[in-house]
Structure formats: C-alpha cells, structure tokens
Design a protein around this ligand. Structure first.
Ligand SMILES: [Zn+2]
Length: 67
C-alpha cells in the first residue's frame, strides 16, 4: 500500500496515511487534528504536486546547468 501525504486545507496540519488509492478517492481521509475532510493529497514517493501530468522526464530543468 502506498504512503500518502496529506495537507489539511482547514488547519494546515500535515500527516501521512497508509491507504489504498480507492480509499483516498472515496474521500475516507480526514485530518486527525480537526477532522476536516478538506485535505490535499500528495504522494511521498514523488515530488509531483500537480496530479496526473505525465511527468516522466528524467532531467529536471536548469539543475546543475552551469555552462
Ligand atoms: Zn485539520
């Protein structure tokens, strides 16, 4: 099961939950601090914050580009 990272939109609390994607999509995630279900999902294994973007490029732009 993947480990997801969530940020609560209400109180700003950041927490991690071990859930299936189905649970996440079903909206079963709630902030442990304030019980709000208004949470933003991240995925701790990737640095993508935009959702399904097809970002499978290896390089990254402008990093170490000292030419
Ligand atoms: Zn909260």
């Amino acid at each position: 099961m993947p480990l997801y990272e969530f940020t609560c939109r209400k109180c700003g609390h950041v927490f991690e939950e071990l859930l299936s994607l189905a649970d996440v999509q079903a909206g079963k995630v709630a902030c442990p601090a304030c019980k709000s279900k208004a949470v933003d999902k991240g995925f701790s294994s990737f640095a993508t914050s935009g959702g399904d973007g097809g970002h499978v490029h290896g390089g990254g732009c402008g990093r170490g580009g000292f030419s």
